[in-house]
Design a protein around this ligand. Sequence first.
Ligand code: TXA
Ligand code: MG
Length: 345
Amino acid sequence: MKTKQFTADELEQAATLIRQGELIAFPTETVYGLGANALNEAAVKQVYAVKGRPSDNPLIVHVSDFEMVKQYVADFPEQTEALVDTFWPGPLTLIFNVKPNAFSTTVTGGLKTVAFRMPNNAETLKLIKISGVPLVGPSANTSGKPSPTTAQHVYHDLQGKIAGIVDDGPTQIGVESTVLDLTAKDGIPVILRPGAITKERLEQVIGQVMIDQHLISEKETPKAPGMKYKHYSPDVPVWIVDGDQKVFKKAITWAKNNNQRIGLFADEQITATFSAEVEAVFSFGEHSVEQATKLLFAGLRSLDEQAIDVIFAQAFPESELGIAYMNRLKKAANQNILKNDSIFK
Ligand code: TXA
Ligand code: MG
């Protein structure tokens, strides 16, 4: 199959392919999604197949407005209106109980709930509207690899396996949406996956919000099935470096003593300081968690293609957006963190 690149004025063609059961990758403000008609079970099965995704991991249904969701959900929790008014379109996925048989078990993974999201991207909203159907949209990467933040990343993983890609340049945020479960019996919403819409911002709008325990304690089984899988991993092992230049210096010395070729993912100052001592660098620019988050997956993908044995990636404090950044980075690093007090063997 030839994978076609669609521009903004070719969305009609892309929508026709969607209606015919084909797969089209689409841009969002978070990461690129792999779109298919959520009401066409064969098309949804194909999404799992091309990604190599475990079948018990349910998909997010993407809509172009809240009206679309109303067809599938009988009762909305009281917080819904305020959340939708404040955050849609945007990087917030909402989980509702759905009407029986509204979607196939291929979409729901056998759960009674479904995740919905209205992405903040003009092209994609138009694509959904013209298609006239909701679209499933997992991240458009091979399962387990870093999510795609450019159309080129999608090509790299899925070229020849999908009908097309709508290219709208690099994504703004860089990590996937916050997933908020609104179906808890006690009525308190629970964050199942951290993203750019933080707990603090949600609480300003709807009051108390909980965080799924597994996001704090790694021993708990995550409620979002997707959070239990190894994720975001380059082939090259990743270590998080939590500290200042001295800690980077220690980490680099330790790796060199073990004959490891090093790639660095860090701010412009750290990368400039050590560029002569390591084999590859990827700078995310100024020292800000927004910048680091935006370029995390691109950086991991780019370093993974270099001749290196280890990637050292810079930590950020786990607050606000830093929670989402560190959540993805810890998965990529298999929880390996080098700190000042770590024993460098
Ligand atoms: O930003 C995003 O959300 C991107 C863009 C493309 O929209 N999409 C995305 O989809 O990240 P995906 O499939 O890679 O991640 C969906 C996450 C998984 O962790 C999945 O387990 C969880 O949402 N999820 C989906 N439906 C759920 C449900 N009914 N209950 C609990 N978790 C659910
Ligand atoms: Mg994903």
